[in-house]
Structure formats: structure tokens, C-alpha cells
Design a protein around this ligand. Sequence first.
Ligand SMILES: Cc1cn([C@H]2C[C@H](O)[C@@H](COP(=O)(O)OP(=O)(O)O[C@H]3O[C@@H](C)C(=O)[C@@H](O)[C@H]3O)O2)c(=O)[nH]c1=O
Length: 205
Amino acid sequence: MQLRELAVPGALEITPQQFGDPRGVFLEWFKAGPFAEAVGHPLDLQQANCSVSAAGVLRGIHFADVPPGQAKYVTCAKGAVLDVVVDVRVGSPTFGRWDSVLLDDTDRRAIYLPEGLGHAFMALEDDSTVLYLCSSGYAPEREHGIHPLDATVGIEWPTTARDGSALTPQLSDKDTAAPSLDEAEQQGLLPSFDAVNDYLATLRA
Ligand SMILES: Cc1cn([C@H]2C[C@H](O)[C@@H](COP(=O)(O)OP(=O)(O)O[C@H]3O[C@@H](C)C(=O)[C@@H](O)[C@H]3O)O2)c(=O)[nH]c1=O
């Protein structure tokens, strides 16, 4: 298992070792020891989610109020998604920066997003099945969104599916109505970098 920090500090790409044999493949997609060593605290698993998306489905950019926020450890068991992390922490030196990891059923990577970061992904194939472990339970009143096509964030979403066909972004009504990054900041919806770091310090203590 290899871990690599992304361009948004705190976010990690995890590349598992895969063991193939005539039956198929085996891999460890989460391992508590290396995770805690890299992050500085264990993952407090409170919820495990699964979503299935058609090609072009675009979910996010979602984040939760900190504390406690919601850290996510995400993989794609079937199909492929471009998974994106966005720094929405006001006061962060990398505020507004995004990075991405291709999660698919070939390399079977995972991505970890600590509390306070924005998360979004686009499915590159029908029936793309995303599994993610969460550090807190669903609290819709504490979850917020930023429009995934916001020009200020400028995420370069794929335009071509894995089969070569054109992708048309398909958003939920909620995500279509989401504010831009600037609007979300003006509305006081974004977590502060200091509040996130204070909370992470309590987890590491
Ligand atoms: C996220 C979530 C949704 N739901 C319900 C609410 C709703 O009826 C239905 C679909 O919800 P949403 O439209 O919010 O689902 P979705 O747009 O897939 O939301 C997810 O997007 C990705 C990018 C994330 O990072 C996740 O944390 C989550 O916010 O599922 C739960 O019951 N529990 C949950 O944890």
C-alpha cells in the first residue's frame, strides 16, 4: 500500500498492492495502521456509503461543518470516477486549489479527504460504484455544497467516457442550485482553516 499526499495538503492517494490469481484479485483497500501513521490519528468509522452512478453523473462539491466535519475514505469498486478534492478552508494557503485521483476497477486506488475539504466526483462509465468510509454520520443540515462547474474553482472535468463517448454532466437539483465558491464564502458556509486545524489537533491528541 503506497500513500501519496495530494496538492491539497492533508488529502491522500492510496495505491493498494493487488494479488491476482486464477480466481480473480485480492487487495486491502483500507488498513488502519498505515492510515493512522500517515494521518496522525485513526479513522473513526461512523458510516459506510455506496453510490451507483451512470456515466456523466457529477456529485458534489460537498463538505460538512467543522467540528466535527466528515472525513471520507473513498474507492471505486466497479467502473471509474474522477474523484476531486477542493480546498474550501478559508484562510488555507491553498484555498480554492483542487486535485484529483482516478478511482477505477483497474488500479483500485482510494482517496482520503480529511475534515473540512470539499469532495466531488464524476462517473466515467455506467454503474460506477463508489464506496466510502465516513468519520461522522449523515447530518443534512450540516452538509453544504459548491457548484461543481464553478469557474472560479475551475475543475477540469473529463469530457470523454471510458468507452470514448461524450460525457454530459448530470447534476442533482441540489447541486445545480449550489452557490459558487465566492457566494459560499460570502454566506459564511465555508469552514475556517483554523477551526479545521484546531479540530484535527484534538483528534491527534
Ligand atoms: C449523503 C447521504 C445521503 N442520503 C440520502 C439523502 C438523499 O435522499 C439521497 C441522495 O443524497 P445526495 O443527493 O446528497 O447524495 P450525493 O450527491 O451522492 O451526496 C454525496 O456526494 C459525495 C460527493 C460526497 O462526498 C458525500 O459525502 C455525499 O455528500 O441519499 C443518506 O441517507 N445518507 C447520506 O449519508
